[in-house]
Write a protein that binds this ligand. Structure first.
Ligand SMILES: O=C(O)C1=C[C@@H](OP(=O)(O)O)[C@@H](O)[C@H](O)C1
Ligand SMILES: C=C(OP(=O)(O)O)C(=O)O
Length: 433
């Protein structure tokens, strides 16, 4: 089996151009966010759990490996069904977070429950991703954490076999994951937790709703009725079967392909009711000229071949910014994408990276503190740097459908959430499914 936990060497790739409208049916693996949460909740539950159709990618393999190192039994042998059997959590443990925000923010609170130290580190860029509010919150809950100055990786959580818990104030404006991490482990804290956010708005509200929804599904008592306050009661979580939905953010570039080529792409296996922000994506793609429909076979996006500009606050769906920015460069009118200052703390500073790389292809892009203004102009081929960011690669692939000669410096970074991306993309362009 391929070792997905390691960072792969750079793999240059020429984005395939579409000869005409793409018509394709794609089956994508499970949501990264749901897989990560299901793994954590299962590892701290009172009984065994299964994950059906999980995501096998670098981020989720690292999550599984981290939980295993802390003592849980996690079997990922079967692609369709992962098995988690909780066991006592223990150090010493060494945890590689790679470049995964989910691993670096969800596992330190779990490690605080372990008996013994857990050392965390990751890829070079992981050492600059925001973590200080989580470290501060853990410390104020009585957990000993040794961290680099400023509150970054590498760090060591010195678990003592339990966490008292209680009330904590965090500024989670840099990432919703800072709250999700505290909430997910909190049913195992002696007094549970009450997290109060103070600061500029927390981004990615749908991901916080997913955290609350999955905690409740595992049997936790959660109160999120007051804005910016979340309370999790202490209690036993039940082991259960988790059905993981296909990854909506991973589907975004495939849907974008329907828009730019005037084609039709169907994502198979989409549920009737979803924990992911499908209505928001539907509205955004509609404004850009696409039609999104939910049928018995899945979620279908149809494009007309004309892409319209978009003015949108993307704070709830920051992950979509790279693909929407790529669409904006191919639109018939200008776009303004805003509300996403926090994506400067993602896999790379996405606003700076998009401004630089899209400008190099000939687009007119103005970077603001919290977004991008994009005025479409004719684009040319050229080398596109991906900065280890899977979603930069997705953006370049979308443009490459209609602008010949887009060369990605590295497509291997897509292994973070979808190792099959290059193959699935080529199959879609070639008319396969
Ligand atoms: O909790 C999660 O699974 C995620 C939350 C979001 O993080 P931010 O709030 O840092 O944007 C999102 O962008 C990330 O890809 C996944
Ligand atoms: C921001 C992202 O990832 P992470 O979970 O590493 O924050 C992303 O996948 O777009």
């Amino acid at each position: 089996m391929v070792n997905l936990t390691a960072k792969n060497p750079p793999q240059p790739w020429i984005a395939p151009a579409a000869a005409g409208p793409v018509r394709s049916t794609v089956r994508l693996p499970g949501s990264k966010s749901m897989t990560a949460r299901a793994l954590v909740l299962s590892a701290i539950a009172a009984g065994p759990s299964t994950l059906s159709r999980p995501l096998r990618a670098r981020d989720t393999e690292l999550m599984a490996a981290g939980l295993r190192t802390l003592g849980a039994h996690v079997s990922t042998v079967d692609d369709e069904r992962w098995l988690v059997r909780p066991r006592p959590l223990e150090g010493p443990a060494t945890i590689d977070v790679g470049l995964a925000g989910t691993v670096m923010r969800f596992l330190p609170p779990v490690a605080a429950l372990a008996d013994g130290p857990a050392a965390f580190d990751g890829d070079p860029h992981a050492r600059v991703r925001p973590l200080a509010p989580l470290i501060g919150a853990l410390r104020s809950l009585g957990v000993r954490v040794d961290a680099a100055p400023g509150g970054f990786l590498p760090l060591t959580v010195r678990g003592r076999g339990g966490v008292e818990g209680g009330e904590v104030v965090v500024d989670a404006s840099a990432s919703s994951q800072l709250v999700s991490g505290l909430l997910l482990a909190a049913p195992r804290f002696d007094r549970g937790v009450l997290v109060r956010h103070v600061g500029p708005p927390v981004p990615s509200a749908p991901h916080l709703r997913m955290t609350v929804q999955m905690l409740r599904a595992a049997g936790a008592g959660v109160d999120d009725s007051t804005p910016d306050v979340w309370a999790v009661e202490p209690g036993r979580l039940t082991g259960r079967g988790w059905d993981i939905e296909p990854d909506l953010s991973g589907a975004a570039p495939f849907f974008a392909a329907a828009l730019v080529t005037g084609g039709e792409v169907t994502l198979l296996g989409w549920p009737r009711s979803s924990a992911q922000p499908v209505d928001r994506l539907r509205a955004l793609l509609h404004e850009m000229g696409g039609e999104v429909t939910l049928g018995t076979d899945g979620l279908t996006v149809r494009g007309s071949g004309v892409v319209h500009g978009l003015a949108a606050d993307l704070s709830e769906v920051g992950e979509l910014t790279p693909v929407l920015a790529a669409l904006a460069t191919l639109a018939d009118s200008p776009s303004r994408l805003y509300g996403v200052a926090h994506i400067r703390g993602h896999e790379t500073d996405r606003l700076a990276a998009l401004a630089r790389e899209l400008t190099a292809l000939g687009a007119d892009v103005i970077e603001s503190p919290d977004g991008l203004e994009i005025r479409p102009r004719p684009l040319r081929g050229g080398v596109f740097k991906t900065y280890d960011d899977h979603r930069m690669a997705h953006a370049a692939a979308v443009i490459g459908l209609v602008v010949p000669g887009i060369e990605l410096e590295d497509v291997a970074c897509t292994a973070k959430t979808l190792p099959e991306f290059p193959a699935l993309w080529s199959a879609m362009v070639d008319g396969g499914s």
